[in-house]
Design a protein around this ligand. Structure first.
Ligand code: ADP
Ligand code: MG
Length: 680
């Protein structure tokens, strides 16, 4: 099996240059290569005659290039057209934005195309989604795979590498299913499946391959969860929270509002779970603004009342500061000691906090990732709360609970996993849902505005500020470059401060500021001394300023739905009608649909479903951390039946001691996370 995890550059035909390109596609090893399944196939034997094509048809054709032309549209898109002829007729093929193509296409060439027929002014055009120039090589393969590529790699090279890998490494690929299981679910051998997913011998063989690989993925995924759970869910040594004081009731009485029915319900669920003789492992889901913090406070009160310490970890300093303030307020009239530890905590204070946490003087510790550092010790940690859990990795989450001896764990998120999916995937993981917003909230009115009209939105903001309200302006997301993010923020800030609102108080908040500066800016915004806060996405999660009524997002098309939804959740927290402006120029259909979805609904669950329709299970559900985005073949919507089989099989799956390490490694490679089987 080890051969499979050899680095890709040592494969024949790859070498250092190509391995760099492959790494861009997240292919690091032979194993990754084998799991790099085609995104489509060409069936060279199954083509449509040009003369038979009609408007709207999805088709494949094969013909000769008769002539070519290149044009530019007014908006700067490049369009390449080619007249294609077969023995039945001719059609114009059209490509958008493929700068390299113009040079590749030659008159007389034979070409294979698939795409969609569109009638334009009564003439049929062929809008190309996939193409391949034929050159007599590979002539013997009838169904050819089409792989995801990156600049510098072409399909033919990729196929050659794949053929080599299949021929030379497939025999080392481990079969983890026994005969009985393969028979029961009618599954073929793993090696055959991998061979056929790349080069299907027939349609039937392809379907068999998909089925087996989908099962393989889901089974491994299930196994990794069961194993995780086996590690966590044991009743021996579990903490039984038995409150000795009425602290939770006192905190509740002191609240400036009454809990919603949904909050009350989840509080009951959590408290009874904490009292039970097993370790709590509960996910609290509730849309942005549904009031999860106070639920966490009540759970922490219960832990403290039972003689334990509690900790809450948030993904940003701003959010940790805010939680610290909230907790101090909630526990103000009680003897509970609340402290804070973040990256910005000064050395002297830090020393004191560390000592007080270790000797049990601190009851509730609020913080960021700092909480999982080695130096942090608790005397008796009974409850670990992780807020915005999708922002943390598996290790970090485990890091906090490892600070105690099997503390109860509550993870909170606004990023919804559709309930049915949560159930099929996690089975008995406990989920509590707050499905109601506090009363008096008005739906945030959301409007998409093209960049050319953004001054309208700026005027609107001014009017709101004149009413005594405040606004956020969020800077465009600059992918993967903190430096450029910062640059964008500073530029926008200068522009607004000097150009648009010279008479108003404009503030700036970004990730590179010192902790104390961030805290100061947030404080001034909260107390109303800043009218407009220009910020990077560090305000994305959790920030709660009730007087802010406008959220303006620049270049909204660059953000995913989940982020847009989180950002919008920063407003609509008070009683004033709030607004969200999405400034942008969506260039793709997908981006347009995202912005439309935002205008249509403010419900996180609906948006999650919308997101699923637009692009399949993605980040919205925080699936990255669950390893779900490593599913290459399985489709969570289509493969419900296989999910059930895999769950069934995972329960029965007998792990031989001799297999433990190998399977753990397999899972680790597959999901890029540790399954933790091979402990010790
Ligand atoms: P989230 O679930 O997004 O973390 P928060 O816990 O930040 O939401 O709560 C959002 C706001 O709603 C806070 O200002 C909080 O004080 C307020 N809030 C929470 N519960 C209630 C309630 N039952 N009634 C009124 N306001 C509430
Ligand atoms: Mg929150």
């Amino acid at each position: 099996m080890d051969r499979l995890f050899e680095e890709i550059q040592f494969i024949k035909g790859v070498g250092p240059q190509r391995s760099k390109l492959l790494r861009k596609l997240e292919i690091d090893t032979v194993f990754d290569l084998l799991w790099n399944v085609p995104r489509a196939y060409f069936n060279r034997n199954k083509v449509d005659k040009i003369a038979t094509l009609s408007d709207g048809a999805v088709a494949s054709i094969r013909g000769r290039v008769v002539n070519t032309s290149t044009n530019r549209t007014r908006r700067g898109f490049q369009i390449v057209k080619a007249m294609i002829e077969d023995d039945s007729g001719m059609i114009t093929a059209v490509w958008f934005n493929q700068p390299y193509l113009a040079r590749q296409l030659k008159i007389g060439q034979e070409i294979f195309l698939s795409g969609k027929v569109k009638s334009v002014y009564g003439f049929n055009e062929f809008s190309v989604t996939e193409y391949e120039i034929m050159d007599g090589e590979e002539a013997d393969i009838s169904v050819v795979p089409i792989y995801p590529l990156t600049g510098g790699l072409n399909q033919k090279t990729m196929r050659k590498i794949m053929v080599y890998a299949l021929n030379n490494y497939l025999p080392s690929y481990p079969e983890i299913l026994d005969k009985g299981m393969k028979n029961r679910y009618n599954l073929c051998d793993i090696q055959l499946a991998l061979q056929n997913i790349h080069f299907p011998a027939s349609g039937e063989a392809y379907l068999q391959a998909r089925r087996r690989l989908s099962f393989e993925e889901l089974l491994l995924f299930k196994l990794s969860l069961t194993i995780d759970k086996a590690n966590i869910k044991t009743s021996r040594g579990a903490i039984i929270h038995q409150p000795q004081t009425d602290l939770a009731a006192r905190v509740m009485d002191g609240l400036p509002f009454t809990l919603t029915a949904a909050q009350q319900q989840v509080v009951n669920e959590i408290l009874s779970d904490m009292e039970a003789p097993h370790t709590m492992n509960r996910l609290l889901q509730g849309d942005v603004g549904s009031g999860k913090t106070v639920v966490a406070a009540l759970a922490m009160a219960q832990a403290v009342a039972s003689g334990y310490q509690a900790a809450i970890m948030a993904p940003t300093e701003i959010l940790a500061d805010q939680h610290f303030t909230s907790m101090k307020r909630y526990f103000a009239s009680t003897p509970t000691v609340v402290a804070r530890l973040t990256g910005g905590t000064a050395a002297g204070e830090r020393r004191m906090v560390l000592e007080a946490a270790a000797n049990g003087e601190i009851d509730i510790l609020v913080g960021t990732h700092s909480l999982i550092q080695d130096e942090v010790r608790f005397k008796k940690l009974g409850l670990a709360v992780i807020d915005e859990q999708h922002r943390f990795g598996v290790k970090q989450r485990a890091g906090l609970s490892n600070k105690g001896e099997m503390p109860d764990v509550l993870v909170m998120t606004a990023t919804p996993i559709p309930r049915t999916l949560a159930l099929t995937l996690y089975g008995d993981l406990n989920v509590s849902v707050i499905d109601e917003l506090p009363p008096g909230r008005r739906m945030v009115k959301t409007k998409y505005i093209p960049r050319s009209s953004r001054r309208q939105a700026y005027r609107f903001i001014r009017a709101e500020i004149e009413k005594g309200l405040q606004a956020y302006v969020v800077c465009p997301l600059v992918e993967e470059s903190e430096k450029q993010d910062l640059q964008a923020a500073v530029t926008l800030y200068e522009e607004l401060k000097t150009g648009i609102y010279p008479d108003l108080k404009v503030g700036l908040l970004h990730g590179r500021m010192k902790a104390s500066e961030k805290e100061f800016v947030m404080e001034t915004f909260k107390t109303g001394q800043i009218d407009i806060l220009v910020a990077t996405t560090i305000v994305e999660v959790g920030v709660d300023v009730r007087n802010a009524s406008v959220m303006l997002i620049e270049h909204a098309e660059r953000f995913g739905l989940s982020q847009l939804h989180q950002l919008r959740g920063r407003v609509g927290r008070g009683s004033a009608q709030s607004y969200c402006f999405l400034i942008g120029d969506p260039k793709t259909d997908e981006a347009t649909r995202r912005l439309q979805a935002m205008e249509k609904t403010s419900n996180g669950f609906e948006l999650a479903n919308e997101d699923l329709l637009i692009r399949g299970p993605g980040d919205f559900w925080g699936v990255k951390q669950h390893g779900l985005n490593e599913l290459k073949v399985a489709n969570l919507l289509r493969d419900q039946k296989i999910i059930n089989w895999a769950s069934e099989a995972a329960l029965e799956f007998k792990l031989e001691v001799s297999q433990e390490t190998a399977i753990d490694y397999y899972i680790t490679q597959k999901f890029k996370k540790s399954a933790g089987i091979a402990r010790n």
